[in-house]
Design a protein around this ligand. Structure first.
Ligand code: NAI
Length: 321
């Protein structure tokens, strides 16, 4: 039996999978409605909705196998992901505290922005409660990969979908997002005059959506697709399927292969391709070997930004306002 929890389930990002037997929805509003609506889908999952009253959070999270967290405010035009910190940091901290208490073994997938800071917050909360397992904590950066796949396919004249694998590493905001076009599989040639614009579009693709939605929020449908893709891979790997690799923003030192990437970047957290398995992130692959000079300079910029974002998260977890 697989129990999945979505915290922030009444927002724009939601999901359902045949690999899930029980889906518990938690939010500060509207979960009874969302749960009733979803329960009419002819899937095998039993769907329940919870609100904070009567310990709804603890009941929803209890013994979950996987907890997906898209709770918190999204961006409006002109905002960076870091502008969401003041509100979302506290929301994520509170939700992780519940997870630590009643579902310490769950795979935790953090979608709430700024991911570069909310994942370090989650790690610190789990550490303080003595239940941190780095192999089971993931910052969801899949949307950056999905965008890169789409944009590269457009330029290279390929079909999207499963035809291209484009590694995107680093973090999940602006210049911390580093697409590695030299490692696209099968390989593609990006014309020199299109390279910078393509990098920029992957890094700031989220802004296109925020701008087009004109005040009504940020990516939800493409994010739901990306969140589903990542969560489904985690669950398939948990059930024993091999060879499932996807980049994710993880605590490097706790994952086999991660230590050397931590040394190379000087960072504790970084998004790298991780091989998934029953233990969660079974292996981190060093994405920095063999990259081009241009990619090296993108990584250098990303490392600087990430350092600040990570420190901000850790310091919030230790001294919340
Ligand atoms: P939304 O505003 O539509 O939904 C957020 C939901 O969180 C709301 O229903 C709200 O009631 C709920 N919520 C607030 N406080 C909560 C709490 N303490 N416990 C449980 N639920 C709570 O926002 P949307 O568009 O669904 O985005 C959610 C988050 O995901 C944002 O922070 C956004 O920036 C982030 N995001 C991340 C992406 C990524 O690639 N990692 C991509 C797109 C969005």
């Amino acid at each position: 039996m697989v129990k999945a929890v979505v915290a922030g389930a009444s927002g724009g990002i939601g999901q359902l999978s045949p690999l899930v037997d029980e889906l518990a929805l938690y939010d500060v509003v509207n979960t009874p409605g969302v749960a009733t609506d979803l329960s009419h889908i002819s899937s095998t999952a039993k769907v329940t909705g919870y609100l904070p009253k009567d310990d709804g959070g603890k009941i929803a999270f209890k013994d979950a196998d996987i907890i997906v967290i898209p709770a918190g405010i999204p961006r409006k035009p002109g905002m960076t992901r870091d502008d969401l910190f003041n509100i979302n940091a506290g929301i994520v901290k509170g939700l992780i505290e519940i997870a630590a208490e009643v579902a310490p073994k769950a795979y935790i997938l953090v979608i709430s922005n700024p991911v570069n800071s909310t994942v370090p917050i989650a790690a610190e909360v789990l550490k303080a409660k003595g239940v941190f397992n780095p192999q089971r904590l993931f910052g969801v950066t899949t949307l950056d990969i999905v965008r890169a796949e789409t944009f590269v396919a457009e330029i290279a004249g390929k079909k999207t979908g499963s035809e291209l694998t484009v590694p995107v590493i680093g973090g999940h905001s602006g210049e911390t997002i580093v697409p590695l076009f030299s490692k696209v599989s099968p390989s593609v040639t990006i014309p020199d005059d299109k390279y910078d614009a393509l990098v920029n579009r992957v890094q700031f693709g989220g802004d296109e959506v925020v701008k087009a939605k004109d005040g009504a929020g940020s990516a939800t449908l493409s994010m739901a697709f990306a969140g589903y893709r990542f969560a489904e891979k985690v669950l398939r790997a948990a059930k024993g399927e091999k060879g499932l690799v996807e980049p994710s923003f993880v605590y490097l030192k706790g994952i086999p292969g991660g230590e050397e990437i931590a040394k190379a970047t000087g960072l504790e957290f970084f998004s790298v391709p991780v091989e998934l398995g029953p233990n969660g992130a079974e292996k981190a692959t060093n994405p920095l070997t063999g990259i081009t000079e241009k990619e090296k300079s993108l990584v250098d910029v990303a490392v600087q930004g990430l350092k600040t974002n990570i420190e901000k998260g850790i310091s919030f977890a230790h001294n919340p306002p």
